[in-house]
Design a protein around this ligand. Structure first.
Ligand code: PMP
Length: 387
């Protein structure tokens, strides 16, 4: 049976060139970058080269502003907790949106339990935030604004540069969760006035278990991982050299190939969207234009996303209902609810995320399969037959 993987947003295969770069660091090049011997010095060189690659990808002038972590969840925790604790004497107010990833949402809820005041700004029906709302929400107690660059579930890209300008003018720190955007669209921390940027390696085609946090030079935070003082004291613990080398290599590849890869994905994305929307009672979620090049997300009335996923799985197609991170709860996605959808509407979601391995043939197979599955499920749905 033909296998089609369209769940790159949940997990991506490691690029073969990245694998090749990593392998020596599991086998022979096993030095610890803090060691003085030549093995250690080699590991240190590779660590610093990876920092340079990641810094270049996001337009960071100084590689020392890149702190390697275990992934996007840790980077979000480090930025939010670290900045909140560092600046708590200036104020206790944080601004975010109602569509952030749970690693931001739950960290901010924890900060609320510890005396911080958090404003969750609404988004419009396409998931777009109005920068004016950010401006209006700032008070003299505001210390931090945290907004995701793009939402992986619905693909919507936020006006980050405008929000960054507002944060700068108000002298408020600006954290951006760039997980879904990095490597898909150009991101420039200087031009977009970003103080903290969360990155994940796997979303770039690098290995899982590695990520990074950009911290603008001169901005201070209070770290929570204490120990040997690695990563400029911001994240103690012996560095994951194979993972970091892989992330550095993936960042270098993304820098060279992003525009070509994104154009390829966008063509496949648009074909998926144009064809799937031909079905009745079928809607796009997220913004049609301000949208990640690899994201096609839908909702279908009268049926459940989980049933679509299982039927697609039987046809060799791997897709998702939305956020893989919390889909076990069977609660409707907080992102879709924030768009103003009712619970039963939010339950009928399907997320297709494209990547390097996808072909036109894959797209045709999906376009052929989905209408059949949706029609079959609707025939079984009392909501549809009674409509
Ligand atoms: N932020 C965003 C926007 C995400 O989509 C994800 C999930 N890929 C995360 C943070 C958390 O990533 P991880 O589970 O790799 O820590």
């Amino acid at each position: 049976m033909k296998q089609v993987y369209m769940d790159y947003g949940s997990a991506s295969p490691v690029d073969e060139r990245v694998m090749e770069a990593m392998i020596p660091f599991f086998e022979k090049e096993i030095g610890n970058p803090s060691s003085l011997h030549s093995q250690g010095r080699k590991a240190r060189r590779e660590l610093e080269n990876a920092r340079i690659s990641v810094a270049k990808l996001i337009g960071a002038p100084n590689p020392k502003s890149i702190i390697f972590t275990s992934g996007a969840t840790e980077s979000n925790n480090l930025a939010l907790r670290g900045a909140a604790l560092r600046y708590k004497d200036k104020g206790n107010h944080i601004i975010t949106t109602s569509i952030e990833h749970m690693s931001v949402m739950n960290t901010l809820k924890d900060l609320q339990r510890n005396g911080f005041d958090v404003t969750y700004l609404p988004v419009d029906k396409d998931g777009l935030l109005n920068p004016e709302q950010v401006k209006n929400a700032i008070t003299d107690k505001t210390i931090l604004i945290s907004i995701m660059y793009a939402n992986g579930e619905i693909g919507t890209i936020q006006p980050i540069r405008e929000i960054g300008q507002i944060a700068t003018d108000a002298k408020v720190m600006f954290h951006v969760d760039g997980t879904s955007a990095i490597g898909k669209i150009p991101v420039d921390v200087e031009n977009e006035h970003i103080d903290f940027l969360t990155l994940s390696s796997n979303d770039l085609g690098g290995p899982k278990g590695t990520g990074a946090l950009y911290i603008k030079q001169g901005v201070r935070i209070i770290p929570f991982m204490l120990g040997g003082g690695q990563e400029f004291g911001m994240r103690s613990g012996s560095e994951n050299i194979p993972g970091i080398v892989g992330m550095g290599k993936a960042a270098g590849i993304a820098q060279k190939e992003m525009s070509e890869q994104s154009a390829r994905n966008m063509k496949m994305r648009d074909k998926l969207i144009d064809n799937i929307l031909k079905m009745e009672y079928t809607y796009l979620t997220g913004h049609r234009i301000k949208r990640l090049p690899n994201n096609a997300s839908f909702r279908f009335s009268f049926i459940e996303g989980e049933s679509i996923i299982l039927q697609l799985n039987d046809l060799g197609i791997t897709a998702s209902t939305g956020s893989a991170c919390s889909s076990k709860t069977l609660e409707p996605s907080h992102v879709l609810i924030a768009l103003g959808l009712r619970h039963e509407e939010a339950h009928g979601s399907l997320l297709l995320t494209l990547g390097r391995g996808n072909t036109e043939e894959d797209v045709d197979h999906v376009i052929e399969s989905i209408p059949k599955i949706v029609a079959r499920l609707r025939e079984l749905s009392p909501l549809y037959t009674r409509k």
